[in-house]
Ligand binder design. Structure first.
Ligand code: GLA
Length: 388
């Protein structure tokens, strides 16, 4: 994994090589982890993600032919699309669909998007559940808004990027990832009300507290992640309908038992219990962080994991093993982060115990015969921005 400077240099080098010219500028957007609040975003609930120091950088310049050309490190040749009007969903697939989707969503919202040439380099690993897709969407959005002088304040970017992902790429995700990578702030976690899109920046200074947050990439193959995600979302929407509420966010914690008693299907009851208790755990975590009690959020993180494992049923053996090993090695709390069925685990640890916890997780993996995990400590970083 390289420093942000290197990834920006790679984007510039790619631009020069593919297009034989200098970019007009470079724009960056990070990956994210979610501290707590999983599968609550599309239930109009609460989430608490933060942006990562790992970034995607887009080097870009206007193109006079009104078309879009995008190259990425993932491919040899640039992908081309446009002109305007020829960019409807389905025309572009693979990683470039996230770029075409942003162009399409901007145009669908009435913006006159300029043709552009773009080169993308990234340190956000693909397929690890750290939102490499939101990172590319946000970096491209930032570039196109600037290049085209579009009148589009950043607090409206998350919905647009989500639209690209939902309606162009076809993934029925919520608004958490795009919000985190656009609105995240260094040293803070982003407390987001997914119904109103109101945010509060919650100070999350791990260093000052002598703590570290480990991100363990489980390396677990994503098993049926897309289909299972969509199924969870449907099940939540059906439950909300059955309960006569607009979204599960409207079931108060105090009314949970009564709500569960009205649902016949045990699986649906488990799904609802996860979402309602998870919303409450986000609120409780925010309270503790506001009071500067970072260590004390540990049990909430671990309870969130248990809820995802037992009620929402979205964890896999590699993920559970990493959580259990981290806790046994002294982590204050640990949980899977992201959509599930693979991806990463977060573990809150004393800074001076970080190496020992990482080693314990690796040893547990070796015992079970799993592919060795990657572990790295992270701090909350800033959101999408122009570099130069
Ligand atoms: C994925 C989605 C998000 C959110 C999480 C689960 O990351 O993109 O919108 O639903 O899963 O919390």
């Amino acid at each position: 994994m390289s420093a942000a400077g290197d990834v920006a240099a790679r984007a510039t080098a790619g631009f020069r090589q593919r297009y034989g010219a200098e970019p007009a500028g470079r724009w960056a957007a990070p990956g994210r982890v979610n501290l707590i609040g999983e599968h609550t975003d599309y239930n109009d609930g609460f989430v608490l993600p933060f942006a990562l120091p790992l970034r995607t950088v887009v080097a870009a310049a206007l193109a006079d032919d009104g078309r879009w050309s995008v190259w990425s490190e993932l491919d040899d040749e640039p992908v081309e699309f446009g002109p305007a009007g020829a960019d409807e969903p389905g025309r572009v697939d693979g990683w470039a669909a996230y770029v075409a989707g942003v162009v399409w969503a901007l145009r669908a919202a009435g913006h006159d998007v300029p043709g552009a040439r773009l080169a993308v380099a990234s340190d956000v690993p693909v397929g690890s559940g750290l939102s490499s897709s939101a990172a590319i969407e946000a970096a491209v959005l930032a570039a196109l808004v600037d290049l085209g002088g579009l009148d589009l304040p950043a607090d409206r970017w998350p919905r647009l990027a989500q639209r690209a992902e939902n309606d162009y790429v076809g993934a029925p995700t919520g608004i958490m990832d795009q919000s985190a990578v656009i609105r995240g702030r260094s040293g803070h976690a982003l407390f987001l009300d997914c119904r109103t899109e109101e945010v509060e920046q919650i100070p999350f200074d791990l260093d000052a507290a002598g703590l570290a947050m480990l991100v363990v990439d489980s390396r677990a193959p994503h098993r049926h992640a897309d289909g299972e995600y969509a199924a969870r979302r449907k099940s939540c929407e059906r439950a909300a309908k059955a309960l006569g509420v607009a979204a599960l966010r409207d079931v108060a914690t105090a009314d949970l038992d009564a709500a569960l008693a009205r649902l016949d299907d045990p699986e649906t009851r488990r799904r609802v219990r996860h979402v309602v208790t998870e919303d409450q755990r986000v609120l409780d975590t925010v309270e503790l962080l506001r009071a500067g009690r970072i260590r004390d959020i540990g049990p909430l993180l671990t309870a969130s994991h248990a809820s995802m494992r037992d009620d929402f049923e979205i964890t896999v053996p590699e993920i559970d093993t990493a959580v259990e090993a981290a806790l046994a090695a002294g982590a204050y709390g640990a949980r899977m982060t992201g959509g599930g069925f693979g991806g990463c685990v977060l573990a809150l640890v004393d800074a001076d115990a970080a190496d020992a916890v990482a080693a314990a997780v690796a040893a547990a993996y070796a015992d079970r015969g799993f592919t060795a995990p990657h572990t790295l400590p992270v701090l909350p970083a800033g959101g999408a921005t122009r570099l130069d």
